[in-house]
Design a protein around this ligand. Structure first.
Ligand code: TXA
Ligand code: MG
Length: 328
């Protein structure tokens, strides 16, 4: 696993090679608009088992099946209720995963034996081209080792998975930067299991139905553990007015402290690692996982993070930071 995987810039030849690897039961990491995925042929249980082995992920944490279009998604679901159709029309291709009753086509290996399957049509040119050429479904979790921060560049994937992946298709950094919103659709009952660029308010507006917010329950979306969002450094949350004081307190205790914020607090003590400020909530989401890796690379053991406003994609950034802050 210390071996580096082949990382290849996307081209028609590389996409053909990726399709060959998938058809042969191998693993291909590829970009989506959210994070890089570690893909396998969703119809091949042995290939899917390799995904769990490469990630070091427990077999009962289900995988999302990625497909090229909403009509392709229908073949993987036993039913596609009106609310799912409305959400697919509004947000596919895009950063939304629908959890629906699974069809017979879905192997047990993908869902950990659950009666439902997560489906997504990604909105990223490389992902779309790969799905179209492959023709089938690609089961893909985020392309990180279990318990690590999601990868948003090909280099993150290579550093994390090494030779456990057969091919990494490099399509540049991910535009959204946080994982897809997961909505469970049970007839007219909707629940957001994970928030992302699409918010619960967006889901309610499009469907006209009430939406249960994430119960944050591992039983609903297994695998949403705090550790998935945490760097090695301890994550400490502070609102803007308290940030400088919080930093000073951790510095006094002898820690090497990094600061992540849209506006860097004034009056920071010397020696603090000032990460490049982020321009907006959208920008915060895009760079969040890169910055968390930067914190570790800078040798900081504490990062004081000032979350963005709790609106739109800022909600997802807050969610990930909150989970990260609880993991120590
Ligand atoms: O943005 C994303 O969703 C990325 C890209 C690659 O598409 N994928 C991703 O996959 O984040 P993963 O495996 O790291 O996270 C998927 C989450 C897990 O928490 C899993 O438990 C949940 O989705 N999930 C998948 N299928 C499910 C199902 N049938 N019922 C409930 N939760 C499900
Ligand atoms: Mg993940």
């Amino acid at each position: 696993a210390a071996r580096r995987p082949p990382v290849r810039a996307v081209s028609p030849e590389v996409l053909d090679e990726a399709v060959r690897v998938l058809r042969g039961g191998g693993l291909v990491a590829f970009p989506t608009e959210t994070v890089y995925g570690l893909g396998a042929d969703a119809a091949n249980p042995d290939a899917v088992a390799r995904v769990f082995a490469a990630k070091g992920r427990p077999a009962d944490h289900p995988l999302i099946v990625h497909v090229a279009s909403a009509s392709a998604a229908r073949a993987w679901a036993a039913s596609f209720p009106g609310a799912a159709r409305a959400l697919a029309d509004a947000f596919w291709p895009g950063p939304l995963t629908l959890v629906l009753p699974r069809s017979d086509r879905v192997p047990d290996a993908v869902t950990g034996g659950r009666p439902t399957v997560g489906l997504r049509v990604p909105d990223q040119p490389v992902a779309r081209a790969l799905l179209e050429r492959f023709g089938g479904g690609i089961a893909a979790p985020s392309a990180n080792r279990f318990g690590r921060v999601s990868p948003t560049t090909a280099a993150h994937v290579a550093a994390d998975l090494g030779g456990r992946v057969d091919l990494v298709v490099d399509g540049g950094p991910c535009a959204v930067g946080v994982e897809s919103t997961i909505v469970e659709v049970d007839g007219d009952r909707l629940a957001v299991l994970r928030t992302g660029a699409v918010t619960a308010a967006d889901v309610a507006a499009v469907t006209g139905l009430p939406v249960a917010a994430s119960p944050a329950g591992p039983a609903r979306a297994p695998g949403m553990l705090a550790a998935h969002y945490a760097p090695s450094a301890r994550v400490v949350l502070a609102e803007a007015p308290d940030a400088a004081e919080t930093v000073a307190r951790w510095v006094e205790k002898g820690h090497r402290v990094a600061v992540l914020a849209e506006t860097l607090p004034e009056g920071l003590p010397p020696g603090v690692v000032a990460l490049p400020p982020v321009a907006s909530a959208r920008d915060y989401a895009r760079v969040l996982y890169q910055r968390l890796r930067d914190v570790d690379a800078a040798g900081a053991d504490v990062v004081v993070a000032v979350p963005p406003e709790p609106a739109g994609i800022g909600l997802a950034v807050r969610d990930r930071l909150l989970r990260a802050s609880r993991s120590h």
